[in-house]
Design a protein around this ligand. Structure first.
Ligand code: SF4
Length: 473
């Protein structure tokens, strides 16, 4: 609860349904085509720039080892990070969940009489739905990353964690700017950027508070690092008198020695760049300014406690697994219902929100394994997806634990235990497919399971064994 008595319900703030429409991406062909093209281009450029490094596989292993060490010593490293930040005059606050974090940030805002906020891109703030919390408290919060700014104007969620407006074409952004900002419509990329720049400049100067995320917290030195390409994070964190940086508990590295490795890997995989345009390292507040670091759990300790899922905390949010995921390319980011889409989302979200809320997500995978192959910190995402499916089915109240599905799998397991059972099962399947069109449940079945799929017709020759017998004497 905030100091003014406002209650923040994390579930209400974050409560979008998962897979509101399974065919969401397909239902919006323009956005889906833009997304697919952008992801293909992004894949190619990042692969070129990553695999041009002969030692890339060694870099991946090293990054994996550093993150594994960090996660294994997280308690000790977090305490060191917080102590050293405080010694430099930074106020460190700890938040158990989204409601707690929002209440802490609103308390800070109240203390400093904040009316306007400029925000650099922060996935943790998306988790908290911080903009909604600010709006409820009468504070105006403006996203300043170009993609986030565009998405904020649309009133929808980002579709990607690195490139939030990747589903929109220049034409659509031109229309949006004309409608919302009252400017003349243009489709020129540079002109669009200049419109956003002009709109945002004055806001940086007049804002009372700047919010940012943290890409890497450095435990040994008590400093933190932020990377960006547009300069908006530099302005958001230095123009206002108050800077609040939000960090998930896992975003640490042990010391500055490891920072160059991650600064090299993150942009290569994320945007196909060798380095980002700007790298900021913060070492405490400058004179006359106040700096806060809010360290957020929000379900991460649940993943930490699970030997099967601890590795998902290695993630450096590069977005590489999304660009390569065939499911993500088709359905887009919104279909995942929350902040993290793609292979990362289907493993991480159930850990953060629980299987009762997000139990369907692990099933949004073809298990092709492209994500595991590409992940710069070598997270075994495909294995974790399989494990998450089992956990989802075993969790009471999970939407994946439907009676019909459990019955189906029980029948399948029974049928696979001997030849005669298998033959009987096949006979039942064949009969079922033939009689299904005549059954009263057929329209319901056709409307759901067969949406986008054709019900296969069994071949006249019978099953494979019979065909083999007839054709291979
Ligand atoms: S899981 Fe790996 S590939 Fe996906 S966003 Fe995280 S670090 Fe990048």
């Amino acid at each position: 609860m905030a100091v003014d008595g406002t209650k923040y319900d994390a579930n209400a703030l974050c409560g979008a349904p998962f897979f509101p429409k399974e065919t969401l991406g397909l239902a919006e062909p323009k956005g889906q085509a833009a997304l697919e093209t952008a992801m293909r281009t992004s894949c190619q450029s990042s692969l070129d720039v990553c695999w041009s490094i002969p030692d890339w596989p060694d870099w991946r292993q090293r990054a994996h080892d550093v993150k594994a060490y960090t996660i294994a010593h997280l308690d000790e490293l977090l305490a060191k990070f917080a102590d050293r930040l405080e010694a430099k005059g930074v106020k460190v606050l700890w938040a158990r969940d989204a409601a707690d974090a929002n209440a802490i940030i609103l308390d800070i805002a109240k203390k400093h009489q904040v009316k306007t906020v400029v925000k650099g891109k922060s996935m943790v703030s998306e988790e908290l739905e911080l903009n909604k919390a600010f709006a409820m408290a009468g504070i105006s919060a403006l996203e300043t990353d170009l993609g986030e700014f565009i998405v904020q104007l649309t009133g929808k969620r980002p579709t990607h964690i690195v490139t939030p407006a990747t589903h929109l074409s220049a034409e659509e952004v031109g229309e949006l700017f004309a409608e919302k900002l009252g400017v003349e419509k243009t489709t020129e990329h540079e002109a669009l950027t200049m419109i956003a720049r002009k709109h945002l400049r004055q806001k940086f100067v007049s804002a009372d508070m700047g919010i940012s995320g943290i890409n890497f917290g450095i435990a040994e030195s008590g400093s933190f690092c932020l990377v960006e390409n547009e300069g908006n994070i530099g302005l958001s964190t230095t123009c206002p008198k108050v800077h609040v940086a939000l960090m998930g508990i896992e975003k640490l590295i042990p010391s500055l020695d490891y920072l160059p490795l991650f600064l090299n890997m993150l942009p290569r995989m994320g945007t196909g760049q060798k380095l980002t345009s700007y790298t900021h390292i913060f070492n405490g507040p400058t004179e006359g300014r106040t700096m806060y670091v809010v360290i957020v759990d929000n379900g991460r300790t649940r993943a930490l406690a699970s030997p099967a899922h601890r590795k998902v905390l290695h993630c450096i949010r590069c977005g590489g697994c999304m660009a390569r995921c065939p499911v993500y390319q088709k359905v887009g980011g919104w279909a995942y219902g929350w902040v993290y889409p793609g292979p990362l989302g289907i493993v991480l979200t159930p850990q953060l929100l629980g299987y009762k809320t997000a139990g369907k997500l692990p099933f949004a995978s073809s298990l092709c394994g492209a994500c595991s192959q590409i992940c710069p910190v070598k997270i075994d995402l495909a294995h974790q997806v399989v494990r998450s499916r089992a956990e989802s089915i075993a969790t009471a109240g999970s939407p994946a634990r439907s009676c019909a599905e459990r019955l189906l799998w029980w029948a399948f397991a029974w049928g696979m235990q001997s030849r005669w059972r298998y033959n009987l099962m096949m006979l039942a399947v064949k009969l079922g497919i033939r009689v299904a069109p005549a059954l009263p449940i057929h329209p319901w079945l056709m409307g759901r399971w067969t949406r986008g799929r054709a019900l296969p017709v069994p071949p006249k020759e019978g099953n494979f064994a019979r065909w083999w017998k007839a054709n291979h004497k």
